[in-house]
Design a protein around this ligand. Structure first.
Ligand code: FAD
Ligand code: NAP
Ligand code: SF4
Length: 674
């Protein structure tokens, strides 16, 4: 029995096979599934298998063209395709792992004109109206699922996951608002769930008894016309009887307007729904969403909420997650901060996925931190994410690294980010960096403002001195009520009741979020408060688990301003911007764009409304969040002195559209090459 995580490292005996532990790498679409990336996929999964995960589930593969998520999405529909997957399954098996292929039929969520659904009803999040399936068409989709599973077995997979949640095709048969059929596949619930049951029943018959079938079941739809709890239970019992080995929990349809995995969702916020289901079936059940550290996973299992834990993004962030937990090195885990910035945001922009905290994710064949045979003395100035990453990678490779920062702690701007309610995961990032600096032997010198003269004698110098707030040069901004975001977060200035924020980028939004709450208010990670704010309830009490939102009103009267026309926060993350906008709107924050700043005075902020007159927004305090400019004081003085051996990274290199993702990626790539 494992001394710290006894439940997490208890093997799961499925009768015909045993999974080493309770950690499932959940399905994630990375972009590697589309096309001929089998070598890269093999390297990506192989690292995770070597890292000790119990069972891997691949990104979704369509069983036919109609089921593509987008044109030319990964498909498994022929023996030729199955043969290519051998590269992946062999690599995982050689590394001692197990892997199942996810079969995903996108239904009406598909981004192409050949998409099909139970009825001709367009989804609110895709532009294409689906074709309604004929009776024969329904049979063809079932056969495609079955054939895909048979091919997966031929390709060497240990099982399949049948994607029955998140609002994709199978889910669309289950609820009345997407299924208006009057044949044997629509009408009563028995008819609506027939599609799901037939897929599982016929798949089991085709693949035999000794093959894992996971069915991903939507335990809480989070849409108003979603399934009732009785229906969920009826379906789960039917799926079990039809031959599923394991039931995995799906949380929310993609069209739901409730966040399910963003960083502001409390950790393990949905495991209570899986627990309800666990009481109704005898097959093992898997829970998921916002479980990102071993202690959280262990607690969920110890509380009896599930038999297994699905973690998807945490395995992008750290392929050795399981191994580190097993070897009592949890403090070395590179924790997923649930930002979506390099994974889901990339997927939704048709870019290859990676990970903000681990730029090697999905790039295992080209970004490697290899030992150097030319050890150098390297100075890194600035211990923000760019300088920390560079130092860590350089020291891992064998260089001698001195890391300097003027501040008394590492982290740079992350020390401000971590204070924003809903961004507490940044504390984990700082913990990870601190541990890595210690383990890799970087010589850290805090409280040291570096001058050029201190850098003589180094072979290379990396300048990662970050940014300074932009001066927006608004008349009257020297008024004592005008502060910057740094005064609010770092210097904890006293802020009055009426606040005007100038600039609605990521930091403007974060400052609004920070000032909406009282510092003594209950923890943003409180699941009950979070559920009530977003209107999430027990699906036994309301269909889909959705009721009216009860957002607490902002503690202060806040107005957020930007000069550009259009919606505020348009450049925030693709998959998270709507959450920030929604949260501010429900709290009563006023958001105004399309204006120019005329002056700041004791009366407040006077703006002109681009030809539609003027307006003054009264304010006890005005907070400047007008972007940032590179801090290159040190660099400008150094290049003359040291020439080509000085390197500029992070915000000091380019402040426009800077974020921690770019800072870390740039630093890692430079340090891998030096
Ligand atoms: P910095 O983090 O700015 O670090 C520079 C360091 O250099 C500082 O520690 C400074 O003390 C040191 N330094 C400067 N000059 C000297 C000198 N001469 N000698 C010694 N030391 C020196 N990004 C995201 O990706 N996602 C987010 O959700 C997010 N949220 C944010 C929220 C807030 C409130 C803020 C302020 C920022 C947020 N960011 C976020 C942005 C992110 O923090 C920055 O992009 C990132 O920190 C930039 O990294 P850096 O290493 O280039 O610089
Ligand atoms: P930003 O996103 O570039 O936003 C700057 C804001 O200031 C904009 O709203 C801009 O809008 C306004 N502005 C620009 N120049 C101005 C001027 N001269 N006078 C008045 N207003 C001006 O920068 P940021 O908010 O400082 O954030 C810095 C970086 O940190 C960003 O690149 C961001 O990616 C990152 N960050 C990310 C997150 C996240 O959640 N992912 C959170 C925080 C920060 P107008 O020009 O329309 O007025
Ligand atoms: Fe997690 Fe962010 Fe990495 Fe995605 S990009 S895996 S959310 S840390």
């Amino acid at each position: 029995m494992h001394p710290v995580y006894p439940k997490l490292f208890e093997p799961l005996d499925l009768g015909f096979t045993t999974i080493d532990n309770r950690i499932l790498m959940g399905s994630m679409h990375t972009g590697l599934e589309d096309g001929n990336n089998h070598e890269r996929l093999a390297a990506y999964y192989c690292e995770r298998a070597r890292g000790g995960v119990g069972l891997i589930v691949t990104g979704g593969y369509a069983p036919n063209i109609a089921g593509w998520v987008k044109p030319f999405a990964g498909t498994l529909a022929s023996r030729r395709a199955a043969k290519k997957h051998k590269t992946v399954t062999d690599a995982v098996h050689d590394a001692g792992g197990k892997i199942a292929l996810q079969i995903l039929h996108a239904g009406r969520y598909a981004y192409h004109p050949f998409n099909v659904a139970p009825s001709k009803i367009k989804s609110p999040i895709t532009p294409f109206k689906p074709w309604a399936l004929s009776g024969r068409g329904v049979e063809r989709q079932i056969s495609a699922f079955v054939r895909c599973a048979v091919l997966a077995r031929e390709a060497g997979y240990d099982g399949v996951e049948i994607m029955g949640s998140e609002g994709y095709l199978i889910n669309e048969f289950l609820v009345e608002h997407t299924n208006k059929r009057t044949d044997q596949w629509g009408g009563s619930y028995e008819n609506r769930m027939r599609f799901a049951l037939e897929i599982v029943r016929r798949t089991r018959a085709a693949v035999g008894e000794d093959f894992i079938i996971i069915y991903r079941l939507s335990v809480i739809d989070l849409i108003p016309a979603g399934s009732s709890w009785n229906e969920v239970v009826q379906l789960a019992k039917g799926i079990e009887a039809a031959g599923a080995t394991i039931i995995n929990s799906g949380i929310g349809w993609h069209e739901a307007r409730i966040p399910t995995i963003a960083t502001s969702v409390p950790r393990a916020a949905f495991t209570w729904v899986t627990e309800k289901l666990k009481q109704e079936v005898s097959v093992p059940v898997i829970t998921s969403n916002r479980i990102n550290m071993p202690a959280v996973a262990e607690q969920v299992l110890a509380d009896g909420h599930a038999d297994m834990i699905s973690m998807a993004r945490p395995l992008l962030a750290d392929p050795e997650f399981a191994l580190k937990a097993k070897n009592n090195r949890s403090d070395e885990i590179n924790t997923c901060i649930a930002c979506n910035q390099a994974c889901l945001d990339h997927t939704f922009s048709s870019k290859m996925s990676s990970c903000l905290v681990n730029p090697r994710a999905c790039h295992e064949t080209e970004l490697n931190y290899l030992a150097t045979d030319k050890k150098k003395r390297i100075a890194v100035v600035g211990a923000g994410p760019a300088g920390l990453t560079a130092s860590m990678v350089l020291a891992t490779r064998g260089h001698f690294v001195d890391l300097y920062d003027a501040a008394a702690e590492i982290g740079g701007q992350l020390n401000m980010a971590k204070l924003v309610p809903g961004k507490e995961e940044f504390y984990e990032m700082l913990r990870y960096f601190e541990k890595q600096i210690e383990l890799t032997g970087v010589n850290l010198q805090l409280g040291t403002m570096v001058e050029p003269a201190m850098l003589n004698g180094y072979d290379e110098v990396i300048v990662a001195t970050g940014v300074n707030p932009r001066n927006p040069k608004i008349p009257g901004q020297d008024n004592s009520r005008v502060l910057s975001y740094v005064d609010v977060l770092r210097h904890r200035a006293n802020i009055g009741d009426r606040v005007v924020i100038i600039g609605a980028g990521g930091i403007g939004f974060d400052i609004a979020e920070f000032l909406m709450h009282s510092e003594s208010s209950p923890d943003a990670q409180n699941t009950d408060l979070w559920m009530s704010a977003w209107g999430v309830t027990d699906p036994a009490d309301a269909r889909g688990g959705v009721v009216d939102m009860q957002f607490p009103k902002s503690l202060r009267d806040i107005t957020l301003l930007q000069r550009s026309e259009g919606k505020l926060g348009a450049k925030l993350g693709k998959t998270t911007g709507w959450i920030h906008r929604s949260s501010l709107k429900h709290a009563g924050v006023e958001m105004r764009g399309g204006l120019s700043y005329e002056a700041i005075s004791d009366d407040g902020v006077k703006v002109s409304l681009n030809g539609a007159g003027e307006e003054t927004f009264p304010a006890d305090n005005v907070i400047l969040c007008a972007g940032q400019v590179p801090n290159r004081t040190l660099y400008d003085n150094l290049v003359d002195q040291l020439g080509a051996n000085v390197h500029l990274i992070g915000g000091a290199h380019e402040a426009s559209e800077l974020d921690a993702k770019r800072a870390i990626n740039q630093a890692a790539r430079l340090a891998a090459a030096l």
